[in-house]
Design a protein around this ligand. Structure first.
Ligand code: ADP
Ligand code: MN
Ligand code: MN
Ligand code: MN
Length: 435
C-alpha cells in the first residue's frame, strides 16, 4: 500500500527569534486524501525546543494548514501550531493571538532575505575579501554581474506555486545576494501560515545548494540595506473608506508611544540596526506616516490615494525575521483599538504625525526648528522633557525666545502622543498662546 509523507512543521521556543522545526509522519494512503482534518495531532519533545521542562516535556502539534510538498514524492507539508500538554495554546504560539475570526483582515507580506555563502560567510556575490561595487545595480537586476543565486530563487518560486501558496511576485533586492517574495492572503492567519511554509521551502531549496538563508535584518553592517518584511494590510473599513480621514485615523492609532513599543516588540530582533532613518526606513523610536513615503513607518501606497482613498496601508517596520503571526496579531489589535481603550482618535484634527511639534499650542515653526536642532525632534521627546529644560533651549537661542513659557508643552505633547486629541483640543481652547 502506498505511503504518504506528512512533514509536520512548527515554530520552536527559541528567543528572541523562533525558528522552524520539522519531522515526518508516514501514513497509509488509505487513510489520507489530502485534507487538514485527516491530519492527527502529534507530539514532540518540548524540552529540546525551549518549549517545556524535561520533567513534563510533551508539547502538542496541532495542524492548522496543509499544502502539497512538490519537492518530495507522495508528500504534504502540515503547518502546526503548538499547544501545551493541557491543550491550550503554548506561550510561543503567535497564531493563537490573532483576533481575526471573520478573516476581514487581508495581509500581503514582502519577505526579504539574503542568500549566504557558507565558505566566505558573506552574501552570495560578495568577494571573499572586501566588498562588491556599492549598492545601486542589484535591485531588480538581471545578468551574472549583479544577480546572485537566481537558480535558488526560481526553484523556490516554482515549488511555492506548485504547493499552492499565493506568491504574488519576486524581485532582486538592493543588496547583492538579497531577494524578496510577496505572499498575499485574505485572513491574517492564512497569510502567516503561507509565509512560514514559504520560508520552510526556501530553507529546503537552499539547503540542496548548500547555501544558507540569512534572515537577519541587517546581515551586512554599514551602507547596505537591511532586510524587512513590510506588512501590507487592510480591512473592510480601509478597503471601502473613500476617505482620507479614515486613513489618517487608522495611522494615528499607531502613533502613541506605548503602541510604538508594542509593535516594535514583535517586529523582529535587532531592528534598531535596520530602522535607522536611512536605507528607506524611519528611525525605530519615531513614528510617521505619509503618502508614497518610503522613509515613513507606515506608507500610504499611492494606489490607495488614487483609488479614492480606499485600499490598504503598508507598515514598513516589521523585519525579515519577524513572526508574521505576531505582526498580524499586533496590527489587528492596534486597528481594532485594543491598545488604547476608549481613546478615540480624531482624524485630521492635527495633521498627522509626531514629527509635527507645532501641534503643541505655543510652538510655532521657528521654535519647532530650534527644538529639533536641540535633539527634540518629535512630540515624544517633548513629552519626556520638562518646561525647565525647554526654557534652557529657548534662552540659549537668544533674548526674544526667553520670554516664551513652555509650562504646558510637555503635557500637551503627552496628550498628542497618547492620541488623546479630544482632551488636547479642549485644553487648547482654554489656553491662551500655550499658557
Ligand atoms: P512595494 O515593494 O512597492 O512596497 P510590493 O508589490 O512588493 O510593493 O508588495 C505590495 C503588497 O501589497 C503585495 O503583497 C500585495 O498583495 C499587497 N496588497 C495589495 N493590496 C492589498 C490589500 N488590499 N490588502 C492587503 N495587502 C494588499
Ligand atoms: Mn516589495
Ligand atoms: Mn523590498
Ligand atoms: Mn514594500
Amino acid at each position: 500500500m502506498a505511503k504518504i509523507k506528512l512533514e509536520y512543521i512548527w515554530l520552536d521556543g527559541n528567543e528572541p527569534t523562533q525558528v522552524l522545526r520539522g519531522k515526518t509522519k508516514v501514513v497509509d494512503s488509505s487513510k489520507f486524501s489530502g485534507k487538514l482534518d485527516e491530519c492527527p495531532q502529534w507530539s514532540f519533545d518540548g524540552s529540546s525546543t525551549q518549549q517545556a521542562e524535561g520533567s513534563s516535556s510533551d508539547c502538542i502539534l496541532d495542524p492548522v494548514y496543509i499544502c502539497g510538498d512538490p519537492g518530495r514524492t507522495n508528500a504534504h507539508i502540515v503547518m502546526c501550531q503548538v499547544l501545551s500538554s493541557d491543550g491550550f495554546p503554548h506561550p510561543s504560539n503567535g497564531r493563537a493571538m490573532i483576533n481575526d475570526d471573520d478573516g476581514d483582515f487581508w495581509f500581503g507580506f514582502e519577505q526579504e532575505y539574503t542568500l549566504w555563502d557558507k565558505a566566505t560567510n558573506k552574501p552570495l556575490g560578495f568577494p571573499a575579501k572586501g566588498y562588491p561595487a556599492p549598492q545601486g545595480p542589484y535591485y531588480c537586476s538581471v545578468g551574472a554581474k549583479n544577480a546572485f543565486g537566481r537558480e535558488i530563487v526560481e526553484e523556490h518560486l516554482d515549488i511555492c506555486l506548485d504547493a499552492g501558496l499565493n506568491v504574488e511576485g519576486i524581485n532582486g533586492e538592493v543588496m547583492a545576494g538579497q531577494w524578496e517574495f510577496q505572499i498575499f492572503a485574505k485572513g491574517a492567519a492564512s497569510a502567516g501560515d503561507q509565509i512560514w511554509v514559504a520560508r520552510y521551502l526556501l530553507e529546503r531549496v537552499a539547503e540542496a545548494y548548500d547555501v544558507v538563508v540569512n534572515w537577519h535584518c541587517k546581515p551586512v553592517k554599514g551602507d547596505w540595506n537591511g532586510s524587512g518584511m513590510h506588512a501590507n494590510f487592510s480591512n473592510t473599513q480601509l478597503r471601502t473608506a473613500n476617505s482620507k480621514a479614515v486613513f489618517e485615523e487608522v495611522c494615528n492609532k499607531f502613533a502613541p508611544q506605548h503602541v510604538i513599543e508594542a509593535c516594535i516588540a514583535v517586529y523582529g530582533a535587532d531592528n534598531e540596526q535596520r530602522l535607522t532613518g536611512l536605507h528607506e526606513t524611519q528611525a525605530i523610536d519615531k513614528f510617521s506616516y505619509g503618502v508614497s513615503d518610503r522613509g515613513a513607518s507606515i506608507r500610504i501606497p499611492l494606489y490607495s490615494v488614487q483609488n479614492g482613498w480606499s485600499g490598504y496601508l503598508e507598515d514598513r517596520r516589521p523585519n525579515s525575521e519577524a513572526d508574521p503571526y505576531k505582526v498580524a496579531a499586533t496590527i489587528i489589535k492596534v486597528v481594532k483599538g485594543g491598545f488604547e481603550a476608549g481613546d478615540a482618535v480624531q482624524a485630521g484634527t492635527y495633521g498627522s504625525n509626531v514629527d509635527d511639534l507645532t501641534i503643541v499650542e505655543g510652538i510655532g515653526p521657528k521654535i519647532a526648528s530650534l527644538l529639533t536642532e536641540a535633539g527634540m525632534d518629535t512630540l515624544i521627546e517633548v513629552s519626556n522633557s520638562t518646561p525647565e529644560k525647554i526654557k534652557e533651549i529657548l534662552a540659549a537661542a537668544g533674548k526674544r525666545y526667553a520670554t516664551h513659557n513652555p509650562g504646558t508643552w510637555p503635557k500637551q505633547a503627552e496628550l498628542a502622543v497618547a492620541g488623546k486629541w479630544d482632551e488636547l483640543k479642549k485644553w487648547q481652547d482654554e489656553l491662551d498662546g500655550g499658557k
